[in-house]
Write a protein of this length. Sequence first.
Length: 260
Amino acid sequence: MNDPIIDRQARMWSRHAADYEDVFLDPYEPGVTNPLWGALEAIPDSGTKSVVDLGCGTGPLLPYLADRYQRVYALDFAASMLERARARLEGPALKRTTFLQRPMHQIDDLAGRLDVAVAVNSLVIPDVRRLDRTLAAVKSGLKPGGLFLGVVPSIDAISYHLMLLVDQALEQGLDEREAERVSSLRLERKHYDFALGRFRFKGLKQKFWQPFEVEYRLAKAKFKLIALEKVLYPWDETLPGGEGLERFPPSWDWFFMARA
Ligand SMILES: C[S@@+](CC[C@H](N)C(=O)[O-])C[C@H]1O[C@@H](n2cnc3c(N)ncnc32)[C@H](O)[C@@H]1O
């Protein structure tokens, strides 16, 4: 079924395939504390299991999954992302992997066949009806007791980051108005809708999450939440003003693990 909102977002994401690493935070960087790795390592018997990487993007997780799982589905609605993802694999890992170009709520053909689903920074469609429909589809795709692991962008971390930047500017002697103005510019505050958890950037509209919304939407889709933890990003040059904030606790995204 045609969905103009989904089609437009797929085109927008496809355009970002080439410059992806320059624009987006990388939760796989060595300095990042990411609970996803420990959670994946703890899944027993992966060699007999099937896994889907939902919104696999350029495929940074695929080599890990394709080395371990019997059957791997790499799904993304953006053609150029899938092209880059395919190029990461070869030999038996490539043979074990099926590439699916489609929106992630369209997985009826996988219903009840998946042991594990992973979605790293890809539950980002800002329209909540589409998000709910996606979570319901993932629930149906998983076998009973199957695991859903993911990372979602955090909107509360953006508020935290802004607070630190404002304080830093005040310490440097700016008055309150100027401190807020300069910090807002650095963090591109005008692109965010903090109340609804949304971010607009170069035609992309992305959902950003509060931890309570992760709990709420997973429960609504009848998942049992097992873990909700921070993915910690060190303050460095990849975050605006990051190098001046090293003495503070790090920024974060939200990692979750849920059972179907
Ligand atoms: C921020 S990137 C993350 C990519 C990858 N998971 C990673 O960790 O690098 C988001 C990806 O999800 C895909 N995506 C977003 N919403 C989607 C949807 N509803 N269905 C399929 N793919 C989607 C985008 O095309 C993009 O490749």
